[in-house]
Ligand binder design. Structure first.
Ligand code: PGA
Length: 256
C-alpha cells in the first residue's frame, strides 16, 4: 500500500507574518481521513519557527535544497545534518529550477541525494523534461537518464528511503498541467525502470506529480494508478488551495 504525500514547495516566498497565517490555517484545516501525509518545505530561514508550529500536528517539515558536503569551508551552504537537527524529514533535490538556474548537474544532484540519506533525511528527487525535449520525443530518455544517474551513484536499495517527483518543466508555474494520462505514462515508465532492479521496492516507492497541480485538477491526477501525491508550488502558498489538494488525496485513499 502506498500513502499519498502532498508536499508544498514554497520556493523563495513568505515572511514571518504570512507563514504564520498559512501554517496555522493548514493545521486547522487538515482533512479527516487516512492514507495521506502533508509536508511543507519553507525557505531555510523559516525552518526553525515552522518546525515548532507544526510540531504537534500531522504536518511534516522539509527543506528545498541541501549541500552535498558534510561540513567545512562552503560559504552559504547548509548541510544535511543541520537540516536534520532542525527537524527536517525531507529535502527536495534536483528541482528543475536548481538544475536550470543554478547549473546543478545530475552528479551533484546524486551527491545531494546521498548526503541527505546519510543524515537520515528522505530526498525527494525531481526529474522532468523541458517542452523542447518533449516535442523532440525525448521525454523518456531525459527522465530515465536523470533517474539512472541516481541509480548508478546510490544504488537501487537507496530508493527504499526516497521519494521521486515527476515534474515536467513546461508545467511548472505555467498554469499548464500535464493531463492525468500524460503524467501517468511517465510515472509508469519511472516505476518500470525500478521494477527492472527490484520489483518490491518499485511497488512501494511514492512517485509524486508536480507542475501546476491545484484543487481543480488534483482528483484526476491522484486517481492515476502510479501517481502517489503532489509536489505543489503556487497552490501551496494559499491554505485553501493546498487543503483542496489534501482533501482530494483524503478522498482518493491509498494505492494498492
Ligand atoms: P507549481 O510548482 O505547482 O507552481 O507549478 C511546482 C514545483 O515547482 O515544484
Amino acid at each position: 500500500m502506498r500513502d499519498f504525500l502532498i508536499a508544498g514547495n514554497w520556493k523563495m516566498n513568505g515572511s514571518n507574518a504570512t507563514n504564520d497565517v498559512l501554517v496555522s490555517n493548514i493545521v486547522d484545516g487538515i482533512p479527516n481521513g487516512e492514507g495521506f501525509k502533508l509536508l511543507v518545505c519553507p525557505p531555510f530561514p523559516y525552518l526553525i519557527s515552522i518546525a515548532s508550529q507544526v510540531s504537534n500536528s500531522a504536518i511534516s517539515l522539509g527543506a528545498q535544497n541541501v549541500s552535498e558536503h558534510e561540513s567545512g569551508a562552503f560559504t552559504g551552504e547548509t548541510s544535511a545534518a543541520m537540516l536534520k537537527e532542525l527537524g527536517c524529514e525531507y529535502v527536495i533535490v534536483g528541482h528543475s529550477e536548481r538544475r536550470a538556474i543554478f547549473g546543478e548537474t545530475s552528479e551533484q544532484v546524486a551527491a545531494k541525494y546521498i548526503a541527505a540519506q546519510k543524515a537520515g533525511i528522505t530526498p525527494i528527487l525531481c526529474v522532468g523534461e523541458t517542452l523542447e525535449e518533449r516535442e523532440a520525443g525525448a521525454t523518456e530518455e531525459v527522465v530515465i537518464g536523470q533517474l539512472d544517474a541516481i541509480l548508478d551513484a546510490a544504488g537501487v536499495d537507496s530508493f527504499a528511503s526516497a521519494v521521486i517527483a515527476y515534474e515536467p518543466v513546461w508545467a511548472i508555474g505555467t498554469g499548464v498541467t500535464a493531463t492525468p494520462g500524460q503524467a501517468q505514462d511517465v510515472h509508469r515508465r519511472i516505476r518500470m525502470r525500478l521494477v527492472k532492479h527490484n520489483s518490491d521496492l518499485a511497488d512501494s516507492i511514492q512517485i509524486l506529480y508536480g507542475g501546476s497541480m491545484k484543487g481543480e485538477n488534483a482528483s484526476g491526477l491522484l486517481a492515476m494508478p502510479d501517481i502517489d501525491g503532489g509536489l505543489i508550488g503556487g497552490a501551496s502558498l494559499k491554505a485553501d488551495d493546498f487543503l483542496a489538494i489534501a482533501a482530494a488525496a483524503a478522498v482518493a485513499g491509498q494505492k494498492s
